[in-house]
Design a protein around this ligand. Structure first.
Ligand code: PMP
Length: 435
């Protein structure tokens, strides 16, 4: 047992009951509410390294990592120290600050497609802005996105979206007028023929294709061999832009993200999560020629009161510095592979049909015996079995994303012992669940 106190959630339940009267569903972001796994969400008290403590003093090994940013482990001492020093100088300037140059240089050096970058405050903002830029640059309005991919909650992306939309099984959201999404075309992930058909049906109308180069928002789904290459070619042939939404994969599956890992360079890229080191940051960037369209150097308007603020820049810089240490991504690959291969073996040995995988510190497992190449495949996974698995792990001190349609994350703070303990707990839980 990781958790050394006997599992009880009295205080969590009390706080969450009060929260439900104060905030919609008691939360400020839907997937946190445990809707798809049942039970009450856990209210956290503090986080450190690979661990979380809740308000009832239960301790968990954490595989959510605040949904990706905590790649160095929570509250890394060097990040905290840099932040405390930065804090002394103030929290926001609303004016240029030297730290923006440093993080911008680091991002430009690391990410192959990015020659120039604009910082914003979230992945959602980055994706909304990049869409405007795609349209401004090409003079075309339509875009292609993939079913089950999530690009934040911007109106025009809430079409067959992943993450909370998938978890809660929501239809396209009310409040999003048809006129706003009529230019959003969708295709199944990993289906190049569907993309070709959309381009053939809408000649000279499509500004570009946006995708998660490795999907994390309908569970963990990898691109089939040739898929990213195919998209690069099709977009070039049609005078359209290719955009990688690397909010999740950026600095996560390799230092240069999915584009460095797979050797495919998009025209534009969005980032978030890791580059903020746990503070609110997003970014979009790409070829200079395209980024020159952004105000004030060009006519495409986009702005932000807190964008590039010194605290967020500091946490980002320190996090990226820590990630530059040789061996970081090899270590993440090693422990995460040990975790997922262990889980798959245990599940199979206990009679469960599962599939899953990892790239570096990003992983996922579905309760289905069939391969998962897209969102429709993912939806065939057994959600009630996942709910039981999630609950069993939670009670034993392992905190997993409360949905099968979300990727999991490890950090450099996770030890082999953490992985061993997790696997031991998984064996107990999977034995209890009827196959
Ligand atoms: N794009 C992707 C690929 C994401 O995973 C997310 C968040 N999970 C977003 C965009 C939106 O980012 P944020 O939640 O910071 O607005």
């Amino acid at each position: 047992m990781v958790n050394t106190v006997s599992f009880k959630t009295t205080k969590s339940d009390e706080i969450f009951a009060a929260a439900q009267k104060l905030m919609p569903g008691g939360v400020n972001s839907p997937v946190r509410a445990f809707k798809s796994v049942g039970g009450q969400p856990i209210v956290f008290d503090r986080v450190k390294g690979a661990y979380i403590w809740d308000v009832d003093e239960n301790k968990y090994i954490d595989y959510v990592g605040t949904w990706g940013p905590a790649i160095c482990g929570h509250a890394h001492p060097e990040v905290i120290k840099s932040l405390s020093e930065a804090l002394e100088k103030g929290t926001s300037f609303g004016a240029p600050c030297y730290l923006e140059n440093i993080l911008a240089e680091m991002v430009i050096d690391a990410v192959p497609s990015i020659e120039m970058v604009r910082f914003v405050n979230s992945g959602t903002e980055a994706c909304i802005s990049v869409l405007r830029l795609m349209r401004a640059y090409t003079g075309r309005n339509k875009i292609i996105k993939f079913e089950g991919c999530y690009h934040g909650h911007g109106d025009m992306f809430l079409v067959k979206a992943g993450s909370g939309v998938a978890t809660l099984g929501l239809p396209d959201s009310p409040g999003v007028p048809k006129s706003v999404t009529s230019d959003t075309l969708t295709a199944p992930y990993n289906d190049l023929e569907a993309v070709k058909k959309l381009f053939a049906d809408h000649p000279d109308e499509i500004a570009g294709v946006i995708l998660e180069p490795v999907v994390g928002n309908s569970g963990f789904i990898v691109p089939d061999a040739g898929f990213l290459e195919g998209l690069r070619l099709i977009t070039e042939q049609n005078g359209a832009l290719l955009v990688f939404d690397e909010v999740m994969t950026g600095f996560r599956i390799s230092y240069g993200g999915a584009q460095a890992k797979f050797g495919i360079t998009p025209d534009l890229t969005t980032l978030g999560k890791v580059i903020g080191g746990g503070l609110p940051v997003g970014a979009y960037g790409g070829k200079k020629e395209i980024m020159a369209m952004v105000a004030p150097s060009g006519p495409m308007y986009q702005a932000g009161t807190l964008s590039g603020n010194p605290l967020a820049m500091t946490a980002g810089i320190k996090t990226l510095e820590l990630l530059q240490k040789p061996g970081t991504y090899e270590y993440l690959e090693e422990i995460t592979h040990k975790l997922i291969s262990g889980l798959l073996t245990i599940a199979k040995n206990t009679g469960h049909k599962v599939t899953g995988g990892n790239i570096s510190g990003m992983f996922g497992m579905f309760f289905t015996g069939e391969e998962v190449h897209n969102y429709d495949d993912a939806k065939k996974a057994d959600t009630s079995k996942f709910a039981r698995f999630h609950r069993g792990m939670l009670e034993r001190g392992v905190y997993l994303a409360p949905s099968q349609f979300e990727a999991g994350f490890t950090s450099i703070a996770h030890t082999e012992e953490d992985i061993n303990q997790t696997l031991a707990m998984a064996e107990e839980v999977l034995k209890e669940i009827p196959a």
